[in-house]
Design a protein around this ligand. Sequence first.
Ligand code: ADP
Ligand code: MG
Length: 832
Amino acid sequence: MAPLYTVLQPRVRGSGRCTGSGPATGGPLPPHRGSGATRRPARMGTRKKVHAFVRVKPTDDFAHEMIKYGDDNKSIDIHIKKDLQKGVVNNKQTDWSFKLDGVLHNASQDLVYETVAKDVVAQALDGYNGTIMCYGQTGAGKTYTMTGTTENYKHRGILPRALQQVFRMIEERPTHAITVRVSYLEIYNESLFDLLSTLPCVGPSVTPMTIVENPQGVFIKGLSVHLTSQEEDAFSLLFEGETNRIIASHTMNKNSSRSHCIFTIYVEAHSRTLSDEKYITSKINLVDLAGSERLKKSGSEGRVLKEATYINKSLSFLEQAIIALGDQKRDHIPFRQCKLTHALKDSLGGNCNMVLLTNIYGEASQLEETLSSLRFASRMKLVTTEPAINEKYDAERMVKNLEKELALLKQELAIHDSLANRTLVNYDPMDEIQIAEINSQVRRYLEGTLDEIDIINLRQIQEVFNQFRVVLSQQEQEVELTLRRKYTLIDKNDFAAISAVQKAGLMDVDGHLVGEPDGQGFGLGVTPFSAKPGKKAKSKKMFKEQLSTSARKEGASSPVGGKDLDFSTSKTQLTPSSKEGDVKDMLMRDRETSSIEPLPLDSPKEELRPPRPSTPPPKPVAFEDFKNERGSEINRIFKENKSILNERRKRASETTQRINAIKREMDMTKEALNFQKSLREKQGKYENKGLMIIDEEEFLLILKLKDLKKQYRTEYQDLRDLKAEIQYCQHLVDQCRHRLLMEFDIWYNESFFIPEDIQVSLKPGSSIRPGMVPISRIVSLGEDDQDKFSQLQQTELPEGPDSISFYNAKVKTEQKHNYLKTMMGFQQAHRK
Ligand code: ADP
Ligand code: MG
């Protein structure tokens, strides 16, 4: 008979009729070895109970009084007479009833196959795994049911019939290329035997077989699997196995009734339509279990006892596994307790169609074992499975199909390009040079030297975005580095610091009312002028201009910027990280060029100075004099700055009030809008084909809200600018105040305490100018600060730049101390 199906190239060694794999590569084909397949979740079915059938061995001595079948042939009732009870079952119970899926009494092999196996085999060709097991005491007909008689075709069992059905179904499915493989395993005394190992293509096994588990399932490593292209080949393999079973029982002195035999048919079906990447696999396990009779009956000793123990053990492990499978609450199933359950792990329960056929005797003498077998059957009936199709994807086919698709799409693109007059567009992945070019384009675009980046294709667009990210992150790092060099950045996770900043600073735009300015707390949280672009920079410029004009008004010689008023005595230095040396230099320059520098001694005012009184005037009085005399200039600037500060504060307060008013109005408008909206929704009459129609009132409210938001943003921006100005101005006022007081101290001491002889050195022509006397004197009288600082720098600063502020403070304190000491000396000299 010429096969109508094509046999796919086998993955196992060898070819032709016998294609057994060697021990190293054998074993049931794990699904992933199919065709480089990728496994996909199988289509899950609904839960299904295991089907349990009973086949009663024909006998002339059937115990009619004890064994009764239900009318539907789906139950067996057992009744034991009282007098017999003691001898047969040591139990008070006399009646049992077993519900089953079918009782096969005097049934032909044909009917048994139809009832028990046909559906399971048919479904295997659709991708469902199937397991059929024969259970029962020795001689009850398990092997007869499973294998049948090899001499008589009519009496052939499930195995040959299943093979026949498989090949017949293959013939009926010309749309699919279906391969069939078989293996035959025997488990005897917890050892695994390959019943097809005698075939010439298999060769002697080097290592014993082992049961291997992987995500795809369980398989027996070392078991030969044989590709069969036709029914006859398959039968030959079956007979080979049966023969080996009998021979082994003789030569190895095995009792064949004490071994478990598992004949497996593996099916793999690929569609002949090459575009169909899916394929299915399945396996049918046909299990002929060892005799289930209990140990005491065998009366065996020695070797036989050992066998019986094993049989009972493995069958009782099977029973335990079955009980566990039937218990919904159990999540652990003890499959690995013996070879039998381990080998059948993915064929018991799980996702397969499962059938148990219990073979029993019909004689009264066997009733005890019959009861035991029926109990097993009813336990099995509690087990549910979830049959599912084993569907996989053929990776090779997938790749081929995708390649085809890709080529087609590229052609399509080329056509589109030529139609759009775009030529030579490359759609391949980019190389490093192309990526570097895009990076450079992005940089130039950001700098403004490139107006636009041409769009070429999707890949290029993606790379442009990618390079934007690269450049952006690089710039971020650079900015952060620069900021860290200049400022102390507040850690985002430092909540205390953040809340302090929030308290002192501004609140978010979208949120809440802005607090009333108190004129003190605006400094924090506001970006320094220099860091603000656009509008802020402009306002800063205007502000500075205002300051400098105010300073110039009264004849200041140089423009007064913020920096020009930055005295060394200031507590709030604007350049926190400048080095001490720089500060000193700057200070000297400032002193030489500053417009608020005290007037020279030979000024007309100085000449008009009245003679010194014998007792110095009280300081408040003297301070008023000072402000009119030498301190007039700095006092004027101080006052001017103060008035600017006050004016800015007033404006900030007004702006804040306006913002709050706008905010309140916004809230009210929002409320009104919501009300209108809810009204509209309730009426619902304006909804039309997805278009929203709003009435005039609502529209006006929306416009109003929009306008208010705009106002809010503008005012808020103004407030931010004002606050920055206030902070800046406050700073200047503080500095001026400090300078005024310091200058006054110097003036006061010079005017009322410095002895006449020292005053001489202050006369015109002398190198020492007024206002500088005390400090210069101290410097010259005491230790030279510059030297001391240089010395300090040499000895101490290696500790790092962080120590600068520490040493600055140290030097300043010493300066102050020396100054006071010198002044005391002057006062004492004066008193004498
Ligand atoms: P088991 O495998 O359960 O030990 P077997 O299948 O070897 O039992 O059966 C023992 C004997 O009974 C065999 O000779 C077999 O041919 C015969 N036998 C069992 N069941 C039947 C049956 N239903 N019809 C005819 N003969 C049977
Ligand atoms: Mg048997």
